[in-house]
Design a protein around this ligand. Sequence first.
Ligand SMILES: [Zn+2]
Length: 271
Amino acid sequence: MEAMYRVLPISSSDTILRIPRKLQLSLYASILFHKDGNFSAKSAAPILHRFSDGVRRRATAKVSAGWFSGFTVKKDALPEIVKAGDPVLHEPAAEVPLEDIGSDKIQKIIDDMIGVMRKAPGVGLAAPQIGIPLRIIVLEDTEEYISYASKNETEAQDRRPFDLLVIINPKLEKKGSKTALFFEGCLSVDGFRAMVERHLQVEVTGHSRFGQPIKISSSGWMARILQHEFDHLDGTIYVDKIVPRTFRKVENLDLPLPVGCPKPGVYNHGL
Ligand SMILES: [Zn+2]
């Protein structure tokens, strides 16, 4: 999931941002787009192979494939972010066998995921987004990222910083009857945003990168990130579940919603 530097306010009459427009644009230029050049020279469509363990893996000369297929990859080279349309993003990922969690292979994948997420920058990443069809997610939100959005927005979203989380084989349970309707984005669909209705509260269980069982009760923006990343493991990207007519370029985020679209905010379906 992309870091959200601009999100529509709860009321369309609110001012979108507290920082000057010029600065917004330069933030975007430096944070969201300047690295696009790194990804633009994309190689030919990846060839997917079905290995003997049934897991489909990339076997092209792309950086992300090197690790699995035994190519020599520079130590500091990070995998590319896989973009929408690549089959690895649209099919369910496989569970990580618990006995494999401590292996160099899995630990390297996790390190790569953290590196890619931070470099993007993003607040979450799922293994399929670097071409690895395994059920691993990483997420993290920082004071710095949050400081780029207005206080009104982050309060409405219930967005608070949290430390890096690595979850292997997550199970997600939606809690309560409240949902939150906000714009979100995805590093695999970069440059766009759309409104998605998410549960306000979720409980996630799984394993840490060290194989320890973990359980997380979460609400607000962190719960949204967890749901977004969890969806990736089932082959679902946010575009598959958006509120119709809200899909737009980041540059158009401030523009009014179409007539009849629900307003961003928290909804209680139990009432
Ligand atoms: Zn995503």
